[in-house]
Design a protein around this ligand. Sequence first.
Ligand code: GLA
Length: 391
Amino acid sequence: MKKQIFLIVLAFISCQISAQKFDLAPTPPMGWNSWNRFGCDVSEKLIMQMADAMVSNGLKDAGYEYIVIDDCWQVARDENGEIVVDKSRFPDGMKYLADYIHSKGLKFGIYSCAGSETCAGRPGALGHEYQDALTYARWGVDYLKFDWCNTSTQDAKSSYSNMRDALFAAKRPIVFSICEWGTNKPWEWAGTVGHLWRTTGDIVDRWDSMTGIFDKQNGLAKYAGPGHWNDPDMLEVGNGGMTIEEYRTHFSLWCMLAAPLMAGNDLQNMSPDTKAILTNREIIELDQDTLGLEGFCFRNNGDYEIWIKKLGNSEKAACLLNRGDEMKEVQVDFNILLKASNNYWSQDPYSLENYKLRDLWEHKDLELKSNPVFIKMPPHSVKVYRFVKKG
Ligand code: GLA
């Protein structure tokens, strides 16, 4: 009898956890994180400026929501084991900052680590998980990125499950971002632990790093879906190490993968090109599509690839990718692209006549006078199309 009651309680708790998980990230989370651009140089002033800029630059309207402080906000633990905020950089404390961010209609995220110390050598959460979760809940935290440095012999799944349970016990809905770099194949176990999980090591603001991470997503699509996402790391768009064309590609590929979209640039000082990329709603809609399916590589011709993503309402996206260093002229048969994507999922009864083709970077409908067509593609560029259902 006791065992039965225990099992019922357990089932109830796990239902609650799943329900909470699903509601918090039905589509990939969108926001901004301090690390890629500012590293340890974070402060209350900077974070408030980024929140202001997220609103004034139109990112909030485009769907960005979380403002996340990464490593280096914490300096010690006090005699009660409470985490101590760096007062010189955050003079008014985290509750004040959370209130400010919430007053802008945004959400507040913070960073910690499953190990004894964070990757930058600040106090980690090991042994303080439940205490920290209560602290975060008191401050008004909505998102926790939880890293994997200095974990020695810890088991990844149990360490992250422990923090998930601590967050749940703190009774505040908090998106849980698992950051163990794919070391322990989190896609195999993290779907019931966190809302997103990093699949690789850190991105660097360079074409080869970005495409290298993109290639490592191969085979992981089946593990992601509404409420639980593969995370190929944060965006480098606007940080200066790639060309505008390359950033357009970076952003398009992340959206084809249904990746979390965490901007990592200085939102206060964005060029018009950077802003146009980060706020391209037609591309963002691919990422945020409610089916939550990742795209797949339909053709791999070496340095030319075609990716297809199935969307709701029997719509589809196709992304042509020129990875090469030369201008390419490619022949595209939209009929084949449409049929190819049909074969992968269900046989949609529709043909090309049922769709309008839209170029999502040109923001134009395509006049298909003939099919196939020839398309010129600069080096490292993409063309992204959407098959939009007519009527
Ligand atoms: C790790 C993470 C990064 C960042 C740093 C902070 O390297 O993967 O995303 O959070 O730690 O120290």
